[in-house]
Design a protein around this ligand. Structure first.
Ligand SMILES: [Zn+2]
Length: 355
């Protein structure tokens, strides 16, 4: 009789542990029903644990233990800091396992799936001195598309020491079409990406849809590899690169947001990629400036021009003349100041022929 009672008790405990682990593992259900974020799940987890404690005094010690392990993630799960990329780092191990698990699920036919995706989480990693894009990619189990999409990187050269990278626990990309949260968007996106609806996740923090297991579109990839931009001058030499430099006017350390390419006055300046002329005007610092708008949030700027060859609103093809080299504005000699921006942020210009 005593043994029977003990077994019943153990069974009841196991059932409770299962209930809680369902929440702590926050598996597929959360994703299928629109994906509550971590904090919501944590609230659930907490309330379930508190409820159990007050309803079953006899199993107090066990429940206290469960309470402790359920509450601990409340203080850590929102941070998810990756302090280093050593394979022995337990956070890194967990991340890699989740990436692997989620990749397998996103590649399996819906009817053959035995598990759900682990819900979308982001780890943060501060780029160190010796890091580069490919090391970080390999260590975290990511691929190029995921890292660049999640962090809005425009090229592998875009990493800088001290930059904080977001690393998701699944491979995939953000959709850039601003679909709002909801089932209608889910339906449209599943058609757009030819993906099962249950896999799609709306990330509330970014207000964007995450598409697990999918890669960048062709255009985006070509921008990322630097294949999208050609050189804006057929001749000339690089007189000042991208990044921190001593300002030629003030001699102080300043950030140079583009490349200076020295060339003779009147040299043809050509469009680095197909785009629309959104500015063509006289400015202070840039002198005569042309700004082209390209897909995916990209923009190129051509400063210090002597002459314009386009007008605002024109569409230009890659290689088409847009102006001539000059020394207008804040300039010390004939050169082109060439800039690439993405979502208004200066990017290091990368050309296929030049690294
Ligand atoms: Zn410049």
């Amino acid at each position: 009789m005593i043994i029977y009672l003990a077994i019943t008790k153990i069974k009841a405990w196991i059932r409770k542990i299962l209930i809680i682990s369902d929440f702590s593992g926050f598996g597929g259900t959360s994703i299928i029903y629109g994906g509550p974020d971590n904090s919501q799940i944590n609230k659930y987890r907490l309330s379930v644990t508190v409820f159990l404690i007050f309803t079953d005094i006899n199993s107090m010690p066990l429940l206290l233990f469960i309470f402790a392990i359920s509450v601990l993630p409340l203080f850590s799960s929102n941070l998810l800091l990756l302090s280093n990329l050593d394979y022995s780092n337990s956070s890194l191990k967990k991340l890699r396992e989740e990436v692997k698990h989620n990749l397998k699920i996103s590649k399996t036919q819906p009817e053959l799936r035995k598990n759900f995706l682990t819900s979308l989480k982001f780890y943060k990693y501060k780029v160190g001195k010796k890091d580069n894009f490919f090391i970080i990619m390999a260590r975290t189990g990511m691929d190029l598309d995921t890292l660049s999409s999640v962090n809005d990187l425009s090229s592998p050269q875009d990493l800088r020491e001290g930059m904080v990278l977001k690393i998701p626990n699944m491979r995939g990309v953000f959709d850039r079409d601003n679909f709002p949260e909801g089932n209608e968007s889910k339906h449209k996106l599943s058609l757009k990406y030819n993906i099962d609806q249950t896999l799609l996740v709306f990330d509330r923090e970014n207000q964007e849809w995450f598409i697990p297991g999918k890669g960048l579109e062709r255009t985006e990839k070509s921008f990322f590899y630097g294949l999208a931009f050609g050189k804006p001058l057929m001749e000339g030499f690089l007189s000042s690169g991208f990044g921190i430099r001593h300002d030629p006017f003030t001699k102080k350390k300043t950030f140079h947001g583009g490349l200076d390419i020295a060339a003779e006055k009147g040299t043809e300046v050509i469009a680095a990629a197909e785009g629309e002329v959104i500015r063509c005007e006289k400015t202070g610092g840039y002198g005569n400036l042309v700004v082209l708008k390209h897909p995916l949030g990209y923009e190129t700027r051509y400063g210090h021009l002597n002459e314009f060859a386009v007008r605002k609103g024109d569409r230009v093809k890659r290689g088409e003349k847009i102006g001539e080299v000059g020394s207008t504005g804040r300039s010390t000699g004939n050169h082109l100041h060439f800039e690439v921006r993405r979502f208004s942020k200066n990017q290091k210009p990368v050309f296929k022929e030049h690294t």
